[in-house]
Design a protein around this ligand. Structure first.
Ligand code: E4P
Ligand code: PEP
Length: 331
């Protein structure tokens, strides 16, 4: 059950709802969005109905939401949301390009990749300082040193930073450098991490787990929303199928399906889904044609030397095509 407060609801009115729910043996989570505050209730719906919350001052509407995810569903929030990251809007009627190196390796490599990202039309930069690698012997990233490089490159290029956080204990530290916290595919159901980023006060990019259904993905987003953060962007990045020609299979239908189920923006990662440079531009076009609100793309000035995912990194000669796809196909 979800309680939608009127836009001008006072703290006292919100606390009143929370207090009643708790006194009835339930739990209440307050989520503050740009235009309104929502209280998500956990517990016995029949007990909550007896409270007659809709008659309380400050309450706009009380809704029974049937999906296992409520705050992120379109059932209670019909219009699609726009999320702002360092002032850049992501959502309907926009097409954001987030681009940069898969992993931060050196200051020079990161700056070069982000300058290339700008040529491709990027308005936000990506780069991993903490890399979630399959093998513990693979490059794990520079950690906080990498975050400092990202902050310097932001200073130099003006692009807000999107970067991954892989454990709950470092969320505050990563948030002190980042404009948007990325939760990667491998951590999509790390519930402690989801709750921690939900409390961090920064927008979150939530990638789909490669074996996750759309319902599991939206339920993961609900964990973030339930902790008070509705500034979430979802990212389809390919799922595991029987097909081996590509690294993962881009589930392009997830874009319109999720946009019908949830008010959150949805972007696509054509780099990690295909895993091949030659597929990035076609998959970018497919994402835009399907109505994605943006794309997130890997770029490297010298992919042969890349310490992570060089095969999928775009090079100088690819950038024009990305920029053209974005300009020509933009909503
Ligand atoms: C990249 O960003 C990920 O860390 C990478 O795709 C992990 O894959 P791997 O460790 O299996 O190479
Ligand atoms: C990434 O974008 O750096 C990444 C690790 O991607 P994913 O979580 O989708 O594998």
């Amino acid at each position: 059950m979800v309680v939608v407060m009127v836009p001008e609801a006072t703290q006292e009115e919100i606390d009143g709802v929370v207090g009643l729910v708790r006194a009835a043996g339930g739990e209440a989570f307050v989520s503050r969005g740009v235009s309104r505050t929502i209280v998500g209730l956990v517990g016995d719906v029949n007990d909550f109905e007896a409270l007659n919350l809709s008659s309380r001052s400050g309450v706009l509407q009380v809704m029974r939401v049937s999906a296992p995810y409520k705050l992120v569903s379109r059932e209670h929030h019909a219009t699609r949301s726009v999320i702002r990251v360092g002032g850049v809007p992501i959502g309907p009627d926009t097409l954001s390009v987030i681009a940069g190196p898969c992993a931060v390796e050196t200051p020079e490599q990161t700056l070069a990749a982000v300058l290339m990202a700008k040529q491709a039309g990027a308005s936000l930069l990506r780069g991993g300082a903490f890399k979630p690698r399959t093998s513990p012997y693979s490059y794990q990233g520079l950690g906080e040193r990498g975050l400092k490089i990202l902050a310097d490159v932001r200073e130099e290029t003006g692009l807000p930073v999107v970067t991954e956080v892989i454990d709950p204990g470092s969320v505050d530290m990563v948030a002190s450098y980042a404009d948007m916290l990325q939760v990667g595919a491998r951590n999509m159901q790390n519930f402690a991490l989801l709750q921690a980023v939900g409390r961090a006060g920064k927008p979150v990019l939530l990638k789909r787990g490669f074996s996750a259904t759309i319902e599991e993905w939206l339920s993961a987003a609900e964990y973030i929303a339930q902790r008070g953060n509705l500034d979430i962007v979802l990212c389809e990045r390919g799922i595991r199928t029987f097909e081996t020609a590509t690294r993962n299979t881009l589930d392009i239908s997830a874009v319109p399906v999720v946009q019908r189920l949830s008010h959150l923006p949805v972007i696509v990662d054509p780099s990690h889904s295909g895993g091949r440079r030659d597929l990035v531009v076609p998959l970018t076009r497919a994402a835009i044609a399907a109505g994605a609100d943006g794309v997130i793309i890997d770029i490297h000035p010298e992919p042969k030397t890349a310490r992570c995912d060089g095969d999928q990194a775009l090079i100088e000669s690819d950038l024009r095509e990305v920029a053209d796809a974005v300009t020509i196909l933009s909503p």
